[in-house]
Design a protein around this ligand. Structure first.
Ligand code: ACO
Length: 323
């Protein structure tokens, strides 16, 4: 039994923050941001919008595309680093909004690899026949943990959500998922506070309650790791890069994506790029890119896709699938 993507959906909050507007907030330029990252704009959740709000919109769109209703869903997993509250988890919040009761609902915290982790968990439940219709989501409100006075990070991140519905199929489907992590790199990319390490009367009031990143060093490890996992996935599954129709990478930095594509000798025309429109949305970026490419007709049924992501932890993951 394979797990197959039956439908995709995504959602971006209304408010757009362009590079030009960032020029008025920190010492940066549109040119620097575009040249170093490829990002042109990002979307920012309204004050009243939470990660579950974004996730709900993306989930409803994916369910509509898959032709399923809430009654069909029997598994919910959300990749997120920016949950609404410590608990209930975003999966449970979403479950209640969708009017579903009883099925497992949980979130996975693996930074930018959150969707890859969530997808690989759901894939196993489907492949073993335990689940018949899974909702897999990546959703983030990273704007809430970005220091808007730090030019080295605030230009990179944005908010959004992406979702897929997975169903069983006798044909592939998801061919393989591979995950990894290395906690030794935790000083290069982290958010320093949580309720256990730094409990306080108001969690968000702690000084330094932001993403901290040594961008340059993260960049080097990200390039090396992403090249490695892409190659390993292809070798392990006896697939030549030339057979891939699309590479759908985590949308963090254009130069990182170009390096992976070059290593695979894939022309950029076969790489789905959406980061110019929403920046790095962490766990949401891969399903958002997939949904964009499905809806604009680039990704067609039956095509061979390689999804891959890398993020804080460090964590990483890749998935080879026939759409
Ligand atoms: N505008 C103008 N100048 C800037 C800005 C800015 N927004 N940010 C930094 N600079 C300056 C720096 O101060 C530095 O100046 P100096 O030479 O005078 O010291 C110069 O630009 C170069 O800085 P670098 O950090 O070396 O720039 P780099 O080319 O490495 O690009 C970037 C920085 C875009 C952050 C890059 O390193 C990157 O993308 N890193 C990886 C990010 C990533 O993939 N994260 C993983 C996932 S995120 C997650 O898991 C939540």
């Amino acid at each position: 039994m394979y797990a197959r993507i039956a439908g995709t959906g995504s959602y971006l909050p209304e408010r757009i923050l362009g590079n030009r507007e960032l020029e008025t907030m920190v010492d940066t330029t549109d040119e620097w941001i575009r040249e170093r990252t490829g990002i042109e704009r990002r979307h920012i959740a309204a004050e009243t919008q939470t990660t579950a709000d974004l996730a709900e919109q993306a989930a409803r769109r994916a369910m509509e595309a898959a032709g399923v209703t809430a009654a069909d869903i029997d598994f919910i997993v959300v990749g997120t680093t920016t949950p609404d509250v410590v608990f209930p988890n975003v999966g449970c919040l979403l479950q209640e909004r969708l009017g579903i009761r009883g099925c497992p609902a949980f979130s996975v915290e693996a930074a930018c690899s959150g969707f890859m982790y969530a997808l690989s968990i759901a894939e196993r439940f489907i492949a073993t026949g335990r689940v018949a219709c899974a909702l897999v989501i990546g959703a983030e409100t990273l704007s809430r943990i970005v220091d808007w006075s730090d030019r080295s990070t605030c230009v990179l991140f944005g908010d959004g959500a992406g979702a897929v519905v997975l169903k069983p199929s006798s044909e592939p489907g998801i061919i393989a998922c591979q995950l990894g992590a290395d906690g030794h790199y935790q000083d290069l990319l982290y958010h320093p506070y949580g309720p256990s390490r730094c409990p306080g009367p108001v969690f968000g009031d702690q000084e330094g309650h932001f993403i901290h990143m040594k961008g340059n060093e993260v960049f080097k490890v990200a390039v090396k790791t992403l090249e490695g996992i892409a190659e390993k996935m292809l070798v392990d599954n006896g697939v030549d890069a030339a057979e891939l129709d699309w590479l759908i990478p985590h949308q963090a930095n254009l130069r990182i994506i170009q390096a992976t594509a070059k290593r695979l000798r894939m022309p950029m025309e076969r790489v789905v790029l959406t980061l110019q429109d929403h920046g790095n949305t962490s766990a949401a970026s891969i399903p958002m890119a997939l949904d964009a490419a499905v809806r604009d007709g680039r990704v067609q049924r039956g095509e061979l896709l390689l999804l891959e992501g890398f993020g804080g932890g460090f964590t990483w993951g890749a998935c080879l699938l026939r759409f």
